[in-house]
Design a binder for this molecule. Sequence first.
Ligand code: FAD
Length: 499
Amino acid sequence: MGDKFEIVIVGGGTAGWMCAAACAAKLDPARFRVRLVESEEIGTVGVGEATLPQMKDFNDFLGLDEAEFMQATQATFKLGIEFINWGRQGDRYVHPFGTFGRPIGEADFFSYWIRAHRAGTAASLSDYCFPIVAALQNRFMLPSGDANDVRNAFAYAYQFDAFLYARYLRQWAEARGIERVEGRIVEVEQDGGTGDIAAVKLASGARIAGDLFVDCSGFRGLLMAQTLGVGIEDWSHWLPCDSAAAVPSARSADFHPYTRSTRRTAGWQWRIPLQHRTGNGYVYSGADISDDEAAATLLANLDGEAMAEPRVLRFKACKREKAWAHNCIAMGLASGFLEPLESTSIYLVQMAIMHMLTLLPSGPGIDPALPAELNRVMDVEYDRIRDFLILHYIANEPDAPLWERVTTMAVPDTLADKIDRFRHRGHVQAYRDGLFGPPSWQAVFVGQGIEPQAADRLADVLPAATVEERLASLAATIADAAATAPSHADFIARYCPAP
Ligand code: FAD
């Protein structure tokens, strides 16, 4: 091996190219050599269209031009996720990428809302949230930049074509020195003494050695699972969906600035509007519906005409026991899988990359403190997301066998504590980093019918009439502000016009 620290990324899906692009942006080429091996013959998973606002942070971190990125990936903006039939049939709520209300007294806004809601004097929680009101009218604008403006109290994400994103990042990363190697890996060579990965060998006979390997090989986990034998924590007893049928449908002229999730008998269906097409899929429990029935349900519930036959994917809700073992870091599908109900997979890739860059060894020989820290933070991320997803499952009418099972199952203690605390006074723990913040939990709790028995004491201080008046005034301000935003389609046509 030469003087440089050699990083070998195995896999060129979203995870691989995001990692390669971050290395290209942030690592000194005089000290690091980065190669990415991928196989066109094997291809990528080809799904993964909905993201979280952190995606914008990642693109900014790379220094991508937003309009160019959106054009290249046929992206639309995303203000949140709409949930239909979750809780009870006919219900609808939105998990927004923004806060509810703004300070109106000593307590936080949500506590005042609970107080007024319990007294029957509050409007729906959604009416106090700018991104929800704008999204449901199909409107979009960038945050105004004025801290006193309700039109600034949100963040946004993207809905994009994951294949085009990987292609875009590939061009971007290759132009900045990342070496791409095409070929199928047929053998992984380990160091006889340490068990570390020494090299990958391709069908062509080429041998690619490295100091650090990043396993972005998808569900196979070519390095982490197949070679190093790192197992998984199986979470399928909490998140029983194990299959998805996915199909693109014709573009909707009125593409929505939000992803939709509709609860169905054996799972739920996504709808993700992009500029050039709509992504759709039915995530289901194979024990509760056949593939054929799932595909038929999906096709019967599309907004536009199907553009292909549904494709079935299999998975298991799980987390890899370690994200970093030996000299290998797993990212993306190789590191575990949480269903796309809250669009968290690409976020997890991003987190793994950011922590990898921070903890990167400065030379051969890895201090065990580095993997220990990466594994700790990734465990925290995975566990929190798991609990948030389970919450969606447990708070529903038991109107089909799947929903009977999940609404009566025992949940992780961490989630049970969260529910207890929320039921008591509406409190949700805020984290300094990571997902998900109080507004996200408030949206899902209230949206699916879990409500606090009382408001925070501090919310008792203002007279009831004052609270009512301030809430009404805020809802009116938000409604007026939303009416000033252009339609999402007009905004996109101006912001990133087709060349
Ligand atoms: P892949 O895309 O599978 O890439 C694996 C790469 O490894 C490929 O380049 C392949 O060629 C290469 N490879 C494998 N074996 C070899 C070999 N032997 N030799 C050489 N190369 C090899 N995430 C979100 O954030 N939002 C969503 O809305 C979302 N929806 C999803 C819906 C479904 C049904 C599923 C299954 C996933 C979804 N995800 C979503 C997750 C998302 O798709 C993935 O996290 C993301 O695409 C990353 O995939 P990957 O790069 O890890 O794997």
